[in-house]
Write a protein that binds this ligand. Structure first.
Ligand code: HEC
Length: 236
């Protein structure tokens, strides 16, 4: 084998893989075509629009800067590849009070508004695809979801039954300040002294707004829905 063939062979082996795994998906995902709803299968007409509210773009940046993606994924895998849909409330809620079973798999439209899809590197902690929904409907059912997340991020171990949590504390995104008159509405319910309170900084405010936008259980057109109970999920 000549040196030239060797180099050509080497470039082809890596080049084809790079094209198929990086370039082609990037071009396809970068410019997602709008999906037209189908009256017969989706029960509606018009264009499907992925809904998200909150500080998605800047919150995603704080998420990335602090390495949340190293331990948390945001992918609800299709059932042939894993049991994510059957893990407690990862894929949506099994019994949402208004919408019933809202579980479904992740699709490319779920990352609408984010520069990168933070699918994650490892699953040291739970999947966060539907964290917003989980916090609002389960963890902070009778309180403020925003406040629950501030308290959690300041110290995940402040909840007695979570004392062994290995989620890092992001207390450096908060600061302590003297109480002047009324306590700050965002101040943590714990920490601080009689005269001081702990309040979230601007970055953690963006991060929490982003975390609450993580509700990847919106009904999607049937063509995007690979959940076992296809028709039902699409019509909700
Ligand atoms: C070193 C790995 C690691 C990193 C980095 C990490 N986490 Fe965690 N996280 C965990 C583990 C493990 C758990 C599960 C234990 C627990 O509930 O505290 C968890 C749990 C959580 C939960 C509770 C989820 C639930 O449904 O119970 C939230 C919210 C969370 N992490 C947010 C974050 C955010 C936001 C960041 C980035 C600012 C982050 N984590 C970074 C490991 C990590």
């Amino acid at each position: 084998m000549s040196f030239r063939t060797f180099i050509l062979g080497l470039s082809a082996s890596f080049g084809v893989a790079w094209l198929a795994i990086v370039v082609v998906p990037f071009i396809k995902m970068r410019n997602l075509a709008p999906i037209e709803l189908n009256e017969a299968t989706d029960g509606a007409t018009g264009i499907f629009f992925p809904k998200r509210t909150g500080r998605v773009a800047d919150g995603a940046q704080v998420y990335a800067e602090n390495g949340c993606y190293l331990c948390h994924t945001q992918v609800v895998r299709p059932t042939y590849a894993g049991n994510d849909l059957y893990r407690p409330d990862w894929g949506g809620l099994k019994a949402d009070p208004d919408r019933g079973d809202t579980r479904r798999e992740t699709n490319a439209y779920d990352f609408f508004g984010e520069k990168f899809a933070q699918i994650g590197v490892s699953r040291m902690g739970p999947d966060l695809s539907n964290l917003g929904r989980r916090v609002e409907s389960i963890y902070a059912k009778d309180g403020s979801a925003t406040q629950w997340l501030y308290s959690y991020l300041y110290n995940p171990r402040h909840i007695p039954e979570n004392y062994q949590s290995t989620c890092p504390s992001f207390s450096f995104l908060f600061h302590e300040q003297p109480v002047k008159g009324e306590r700050n509405a965002d101040a943590l319910p714990y920490g601080g002294t009689d005269d001081t309170e702990i309040v979230p900084g601007p970055e953690v405010k963006a991060l929490v707004s982003y975390l609450l936008s993580l509700k990847k259980d919106q009904a999607v057109p049937t063509v995007l829905n690979f959940a076992p109970d296809k028709g039902k999920a699409a019509k909700k």
